[in-house]
Design a protein around this ligand. Structure first.
Ligand code: G3H
Length: 489
């Protein structure tokens, strides 16, 4: 049992003796996969939340603070110090990722390593940004030295499915640009931040990074209501983002960087390489049990090939190995949200009642906090699983006869992140791509949807995102263009 009894505020690791919250593991050493107690974290109150906010506000000091005015080279040195210390904690963090959210070992290691790469890439991109700002430009007799400056105080809230990586894709660029941060780890995937608290404390000036623990409603509400937050950086759901924005006294002028829901479709055309489409749809729908915003959440297959696709796809789904995250070859793991199996079951029941069938033998089988992925067919638009983001192991397959059917659905959807398009004929694909890029922000040809490589823009239309992440874009999302103007060079 791991008791995390400190939090980071104003540059100090503060000891906490008040209420604590229990943290459960998604897995256990028994065969039962029953959640077991893993540790505790502080359950801070409003007072501690406001202290941390005020530390971030003082450290920023309306742009006059040590951190926002620090020389580029010195700020980079702090970031390098941090990442160096972070790397020494790899084993501990990876272990927590497996235990807390049930991510399998290769994916947990990838999450850590990808985050380290992200930090180094951010440093390099920041250097380039600085080199670019050294160049003057002249327009209508006025010389300008354009630079990028910080925005202020950032409240950073990350998701449980990438509790390290996605949170850091907000936190790191925000810090690199000279902002100060209050950061609350996700409810699930919270202990894994503990090994990094000292690295934050050692690497950044006092008050620049504040890490608080507790209930979002208790901590984030007073922070937002204070009006002292300049940027809301959140990866999660739009309901939380809307609620937090509304709490800010100048909600409509609050800056935001948001990564939200998606319902990414795969579209399998008649001439698609079916083996490839099946393989990619397996990865797309079921990596980390489908708990990814970039997961494929509905699979459209042309009616001429749907029977064959379903046969191969259902067979492959049933071959996937379920087990504890560290077991070799395990693809499916217990679900960290205890309520998720019941939710998935509801979606399945609704689809079955409206005429769909489960195609795979193991589909929908329950074992404690896991439900085996169910392939549902034929799924129609009145079914919940067609409309709602499942964020878990259930796969709706929708037959289509005319490509306008999936295109019209995408156009009507509240979301617009990515699509996967499977087909071979360039004459067919090319005009389709021209339409699809207007409906989503990334078209994946003959491959599943994903966020990386992290140098590419990661964003979405409509309710899927606000602002753009990726190494290059995130530095811009957390800064503003300012300039020094002069009549002389
Ligand atoms: O949950 C959304 C993540 O950004 C997905 O990232 O495509 O690399 O798994 P990924």
């Amino acid at each position: 049992i791991y008791h995390q009894n400190t939090y980071l505020s104003g540059g100090e690791l503060k000891h906490w003796e008040g209420d604590t919250a229990e943290v459960y593991s998604t897995i256990s050493s028994t065969e039962k996969y029953r959640p077991t107690l893993l540790g505790t974290v502080p359950q801070l109150g409003e007072e501690e939340a406001m202290d941390s906010l005020n530390s971030a506000v003082s450290a920023y000091d309306n742009g006059k603070g040590l951190w926002p005015t620090m020389k580029v080279v010195d700020r980079i040195a702090c970031m390098e110090k941090f990442v160096k210390q972070m790397k020494t904690k790899r084993d501990e963090v990876v272990k927590f990722i497996m235990w807390e959210i049930g991510k399998n070992l290769p994916d947990a290691e990838k999450e850590f390593d990808r985050t380290v790469d992200y930090i180094y890439d951010t440093i390099e991109d920041y250097k380039q940004l600085d080199r670019d700002s050294a160049k003057f430009q002249k327009n209508s007799g006025v010389y300008a030295h354009i630079r990028r400056g910080p925005l202020g105080v950032v409240l950073c809230l990350g998701p449980y499915n990438y509790p390290l990586n996605e949170t850091f894709t907000l936190l790191i660029p925000a810090l690199m640009m000279g902002n100060t941060v209050i950061f609350k780890p996700a409810k699930l995937g919270v202990l894994l931040i503990s090994p990094l608290l000292e690295a934050f404390q050692n690497s950044f000036p006092k008050g620049v990074v504040n890490v608080i623990y507790g209930r979002g409603r208790v901590l984030a509400t007073p922070i937002m209501k204070s009006g002292k937050v300049d940027v809301l950086a959140l990866i999660g759901n739009s309901k939380s983002a809307n609620a937090l924005q509304a709490q800010h006294p100048k909600g409509n002028r609050l800056r935001m960087v948001l990564g939200l829901e998606a319902k990414n479709p795969a579209i399998v055309l008649p001439d698609a390489d079916l083996d490839l489409a099946v393989e990619e749809c397996i990865t797309g729908t079921l990596s980390f049990n489908g708990q990814r915003c970039t997961a494929l959440k509905v699979v459209y297959v042309h009616e001429s090939v749907v029977e064959e696709f379903n046969r191969r796809f259902s067979y492959k789904v049933d071959q996937l190995k379920f087990g504890n995250p560290w077991e070799p070859g395990v693809k499916l793991t217990p679900l960290p949200e205890v309520e998720k199996p019941a939710f998935i079951q509801e979606l399945i029941d609704d689809a079955l009642a409206k005429g769909a069938k489960i195609l795979n033998d193991k589909g929908g089988k329950l074992t404690e906090n896991f439900i085996f992925p169910a392939v549902l067919y034929p799924v129609s638009k009145d079914m919940r699983v067609f409309k709602e983001e499942q964020f878990g192991p259930v796969i709706p397959v929708v037959p289509f006869s005319d490509i306008d059917e999936p295109l019209d659905d995408m156009a009507r959807s509240d979301y617009g992140q990515q699509v996967s398009l499977f087909g071979k004929n360039v004459q067919t694909l090319s005009p389709l791509i021209d339409t699809l890029v207007n409906l989503v922000c990334r078209v994946n040809l003959n491959s599943s949807c994903q966020r990386g490589p992290d140098v590419y823009p990661f964003t979405g239309r409509k309710d899927s995102a606000f602002g753009t992440l990726s190494v290059h874009d995130a530095l811009r999302s957390f800064s503003i263009r300012t300039f020094v103007a002069s009549k002389d060079n």
